[in-house]
Design a protein. Structure first.
Lengths: 240, 417
């Protein structure tokens, strides 16, 4: 089943007299259950593409269908609702709120949800924290835990609303290699459990943890292929 | 819905607590404004109460009759220094007649002047009141020594005087005054009585005066035939209106005025209650004017709130971006910041009220210590109003920053360094 259909997607930034073309006609599909990496050097437009796909930004022209619904032209409040219900984000810099506890950070998307009438937010957040192995840290503030733990909190936050897709933007970029492997292991496990994941990265090594790689350069797709020798992250084995 | 509101209030408080000093400084404008309003309202009410209770102690069941016609709400003509001679001793006697004014207890006629009195080498300037014998029955007061005037002395130009306690002390010190003779305008007066100390009541100093018989005053001292004032005491406050109209009819009859509308009257009849109303209106206006001045500081406080909220939003741009990324819409972000500024001013208002009440209480304490009969009055309306106004100030001045926060583009907010 098609989750994402993108056809001839373009994005331009206008600043004074200068128009910068960031995306110059991108077309691809993402199926439910995929684990795709969007890979390219910095400035290639991969982050802009992810922002548009994640309803954070709007394309200048082209077609974008999510679950067969047209996204282009939706107004801000509608996009906010789609972000809340359909996607989860994992950012390079974690973007956790320092004044909130781990549990409260994970709960945050639920507090903005309108579709749940009777849900125990606390229980739901705890359940997800257990999934990433951090239930023992739930009363901690985010400045009291390590970088790897922060990113696992961010993953839990991305999962808490049962999204259709998870966007991970350089999730290992700010982590040491051990924590990075742990994060990749979690993402691969989530994918095995049926979650659709799009990984954005500039590293070939990281991208090879995905099943498919979409290579972008200068705002265009320059390669789209399945990974042959896929890397499987095993944190436990590394410890031995 | 309620649950979500509770949650946003809790998280707003957490944010405000995380930066206590800034939150407090931001609130300071509101605290000062609210406490100023509370203090001014309380002190105003205390002062008003003091003035009114003094006037009331003179009796609201007294009626003043002054010469000359005056406008409904304006001061009587005679109060402006114009000498009008329409009121006479016989008028006062007619009012005293029970068949004319049945509800009357008694009425006293006055002719007043300021005079220099002397005893041996001591001289003293004081108020000289020519009175009828009914003085004590209408005005109250007690004799410390001696006796009051008699009916005979009232009319036979007797040269007798009753001293107020202050006059007695000035002229005689601690020695006895009864039987001694003082000099007023070349005439010697025998002192027959000394009044007990009574103090100043409603701007009237009862101790700094000398009372002499009215005819003596008219003929020997000022050389006139008219009265300055008649004061009548009525049996009950309920009968004031009736007594006023009885007095008016009596005087019109005596002055040959046929116009019953009151337009042709050459006198003015005023009840104590009317004077009370007039003073209440004036003091109320003063109180509210001062409170409005104090309320201006609330606006200054509001601008402080707006300033800090704008800084706050710039500092928390990334947080706003993240909240939008996980699905908050413009309204939800806006509400969050609105609640924050409203809570800030609400708490500021509460602190202001506590401080205001505390200072008002201290003022009451000091005033009572200085022997004023000062009441501690905090009107619940001023407290409720202070809370509402301070919260509304938070909402109004928080609105612009909150709208700005709500309109931030999520992706730019997330990228903000």
């Amino acid at each position: 089943m098609n989750l994402i259909n993108v056809k001839n997607l373009k994005k331009e930034f206008v600043s004074g007299d200068i128009t910068t073309k960031v995306l110059r006609g991108i077309s691809f599909n993402i199926e439910k259950g995929e684990f795709a990496a969007i890979m390219g050097p910095s400035g290639s437009g991969k982050s802009t593409l992810m922002h548009i796909l994640g309803f954070l930004d709007k394309a200048t022209s082209g077609e974008y269908k999510f679950e067969n619904r047209d996204i282009i032209g939706l107004e801000d409040n509608e996009l906010a609702r789609w972000r809340n219900e359909k996607v989860g984000f994992v950012f390079q810099s974690f973007n956790l709120l320092p004044r909130l506890t781990v549990l409260e950070n994970v709960k945050l998307p639920l507090t903005y949800a309108t579709r749940y009438k009777n849900i125990n937010m606390e229980e739901q957040a705890k359940k997800i924290l257990k999934k990433v192995g951090l239930e023992h840290r739930m009363r901690y503030y985010t400045n009291q835990i390590s970088g790897g733990e922060k990113q696992r909190v961010a993953i839990a936050r991305a999962l808490v609303n049962n999204p259709s897709i998870i966007f991970a933007d350089e999730p290992t970029g700010n982590l040491d290699s051990k924590s990075g492997i742990q994060i990749m292991e979690i993402l691969q496990k989530l994918n095995r459990d049926g979650n659709t994941i799009i990984l954005v990265t500039h590293e070939t090594y990281t991208s090879e943890h995905a099943k498919r790689i979409i290579k972008i350069a200068d705002g265009k797709i320059v390669g789209d292929y399945q990974v042959k020798n896929r890397r499987i992250a095993k944190y436990g084995e590394m410890l031995k | 819905m309620f649950n979500k509101l509770k949650q946003s209030i809790a998280s707003s408080i957490a944010v405000l607590l995380s930066n206590k000093i800034r939150s407090f400084l931001t609130m300071l404008g509101i605290i000062i404004g609210v406490s100023a309003v509370i203090i001014i309202m309380a002190v105003g009410a205390g002062a008003q109460n003091l003035i009114l209770s003094q006037i009331e102690s003179l009796g609201t069941n007294t009626i003043g009759i002054m010469p000359g016609k005056s406008e409904e709400s304006g001061p009587p003509t005679s109060a402006m220094g114009i000498v009008i001679t329409t009121l006479t001793y016989e008028d006062a006697m007619a009012i005293k007649n029970k068949s004319n004014v049945p509800n009357l207890i008694d009425a006293v006629a006055y002719t007043k002047a300021v005079a220099t009195v002397s005893y041996k080498s001591n001289t003293y300037d004081t108020n000289l009141n020519g009175c009828t014998v009914s003085y004590l029955a209408v005005e109250g007061g007690e004799l410390k020594d001696g006796r009051f005037l008699t009916k005979a002395e009232e009319k036979n130009l007797a040269r007798v005087a009753i001293l107020g306690s202050a006059v007695k002390n000035e002229l005689f010190g601690n020695s006895t005054a009864i039987g001694k003779k003082i000099k007023i305008k070349k005439h010697l007066f025998e002192i027959i009585g000394v009044m007990k100390e009574r103090g100043t009541v409603a701007f009237q100093d009862y101790d700094d005066q000398i009372i002499i018989p009215i005819k003596t005053m008219q003929k020997l001292i000022v050389g006139v035939n008219h009265l300055g004032l008649i004061r009548a005491k009525i049996d009950s406050e309920k009968n004031i209106e009736r007594a006023i109209s009885d007095i008016e009819i009596t005087l019109r009859d005596r002055h040959n005025i046929t116009d019953m509308s009151g337009d042709s009257d050459d006198f003015t009849v005023r009840s104590g209650a009317e004077a009370l109303d007039m003073i209440t209106v004036i003091t109320d206006a003063l109180r509210y004017f001062l409170a409005a001045m104090a309320a201006i500081s609330l606006i200054v406080g509001g601008i402080g709130i707006m300033n800090i909220m704008l800084v706050n939003i710039t500092e928390r741009t990334r947080e706003i971006g993240l909240r939008k990324a996980v699905g908050a819409n413009n309204t939800q972000i806006m509400n969050q910041f609105l609640i924050e500024s409203a809570i800030l001013t609400f708490i500021g208002g509460l602190i202001g009220i506590v401080i205001g009440i505390l200072i008002s209480y201290i003022i009451t304490f000091v005033a009572n210590f200085l022997d004023y009969d000062w009441a501690f009055i905090i009107s619940p309306i001023s407290v409720i109003l202070a809370i509402i106004v301070s919260t509304v100030v938070g909402l109004i001045f928080g609105l612009y920053p909150a709208i700005k926060a709500g309109q931030l583009e999520p992706i730019e907010a997330l990228r903000y360094e």
